[in-house]
Every structure is written in C-alpha cells, then in structure tokens.
Design a protein. Structure first.
Length: 296
C-alpha cells in the first residue's frame, strides 16, 4: 500500500502473522515491551510494510493527558538537574544547586521528590521553608511569562509525534477495513485478550492479566494534582504566587477555551490548535468508527 506521496506505508508494533498491536513512544510501549518479552511467540515489527491481510490494532489516548504527562516529565527533568535551570533560566538563588545533605541532594531535587510523593497535598505549604522557597523560585522562573517556555512543548512534551504507529495519520488509518482502535486505558482489559484469541489462537496461552499496563503515570499522579493545586493558588492571586506573571498550557480535557490558557500572548496557540484537531479525530473514532473496540 502506498501513501499520498507514493511511499510504502510502514507500521510499527508487536504481534503475530495475523494480528499486530501498534507500538509508539508513550502509548503503552513499556507494557507492550514486557508483553512481548513474556511471550516468545510474539514478533516485533519495525517499519514493516502494511499488509491488508493482517489485522492491526491502534492504541489511542486523550491527547491533553499525553501532552500533560510530557510536560511533567520535562519539568521534573529540569528540577532534578539544577544546572539546567541555573544556566538557562537565570535562577538568582546561589545555593540552588548546592547539596543540602551528605547524600548530595540539592534543594531542587528535594523539591522534585516532594512533588512526586504528594507532600504538598498532605502538608500545609510553608512559604518560609527553604526547600519550598528554592523550588517555587525555580518553578516560577521556568513558567515566567517573558521567559523561554519552549520546554513545555519540546522533548517528551511533543505530543503530536506519538499518536500513530504508522507512517500515515490516524484519519487515514481509520479508513482501512482491517485497522481497529483501542483506548490505551483498556489495554489490560480481559475482553481485549478474548478478542485477540478469536483472531489468532496463538493468544490462547496468554494469562488473563496478559498486559500489565502501567497506566498514565504522570498526568494522573500526585505531582499532577500538586501542580493543579499550585495553579489554583496562582489564579486566586492571594498567596505566594500572586506577584508573579506565569504561563502554562491549559490541559483541560474539554479543550474549551479558558483564561488559564495564556490569553495575554497566546504562547501555546499553535500547540493548542494541533491538540484540538487530534482530539477531534480521536473523538470521531470513538464515537463513529465501527472498528473501535469499546470494551468496558
């Protein structure tokens, strides 16, 4: 099969000669790697030519959760490597990258650990605490309205590069009669295993909890909830963040316009437009495509 440019359509995934589950970064790839490692009959397909005689399963997920998890990953990377923040974002606190314990932990690393474990969800925020003061200064510098915020849509936060396991778009895949779709959150659903077994008997030897899907580790995590708390405090302008001018993407699952979405200078307008188009496509597949596997 050729795409619109005359190039052969290629597909990445794991599976058998009959059924292939699409695989791409941050779309259940870790779970699929473990699934293949635990089942010798499964093959890996890298840039394999599309075969109209095979059945393909494409995993889809909420695009704003995908973006948010990438944004959080990049934020943690910056906080846990203080030199990046110090060199790139002009942190004034001179001890920001100095160890505070014999283990060599820096204030920012300690702050990042607190974000990960939900410390600020269970403890009152102390604006005089040195770890918090150091961490929130870095946080505000990284989200400075007039600063470099490209990290919020770069690296792991480039959400639009991971939505298709093939060299054609989701829309084009949705038109193919042998391509099915599955929400990433249903990857470990026993009904999906039963469906696979109906398509290829090789899957009959797989145990019921065959794909130990790790779930969305970041967009639904303690750090995600903590960041939401910080932004709530910023928005009410009556607390420790009230004197700052900050920006961040609006990760509203409704994708409706929001004042949180940097109305002042539309810093994320391009990314928001892409996300809206992709989410509309995902919604269309879920609501209208007869090959969407709606396991509940």
């Amino acid at each position: 099969m050729k795409d619109n440019f005359g190039d052969t359509v290629l597909f990445n995934g794991i599976g058998t000669d009959k059924v292939v589950i699409g695989q791409s970064a941050r779309m259940g790839s870790t779970s699929l790697d473990e699934f293949r490692a635990n089942n010798e009959f499964l093959k890996e397909f890298n840039d394999e030519s599309y075969d109209e005689n095979k059945i393909y399963v494409v995993l889809i997920r909420d695009i704003m959760k995908l973006w948010k998890s990438g944004y959080i990953y990049e934020l943690l990377s910056l906080l846990e490597d203080p030199s990046k923040v110090t060199n790139l974002h002009g942190i004034e606190n001179l001890w920001i990258d100095e160890p505070i314990s014999w283990e060599g932990i820096t204030p920012l690393q300690d702050f990042a650990t607190r974000l990960r474990n939900g410390y600020y969800l269970n403890n009152k925020i102390d604006g005089h605490d040195p770890i918090f003061k150091c961490g929130i200064e870095a946080f505000c510098r990284l989200h400075n309205k007039w600063g470099d915020v490209s990290w919020m849509y770069g690296g792991h936060a480039v959400f639009h590069e991971h939505i298709s396991p093939a060299t054609i778009s989701l829309w084009e895949l949705s038109l193919l009669p042998n391509v099915y779709f599955l929400d990433l959150s249903r990857l470990s659903n026993p009904k999906f295993l039963k469906w696979l077994q109906e398509k290829d008997r090789l899957f009959e030897n797989v145990e019921e909890d065959f794909i130990g899907h790790f779930g969305d580790k970041l967009s639904n995590s303690n750090i995600s909830k903590t960041l939401d708390l910080f932004w709530e405090k910023y928005d009410d302008k009556t607390n420790f963040l009230g004197n700052y001018k900050l920006v961040r993407p609006d990760f509203s699952t409704s994708l409706s316009h929001s004042t949180h979405f940097d109305d002042n200078n539309n810093r994320f307008f391009y990314q928001y437009k892409i996300a809206l188009e992709i989410q509309n496509m995902i919604n269309h597949i879920k609501n209208n495509n007869p090959r969407f596997l709606n396991f509940k």
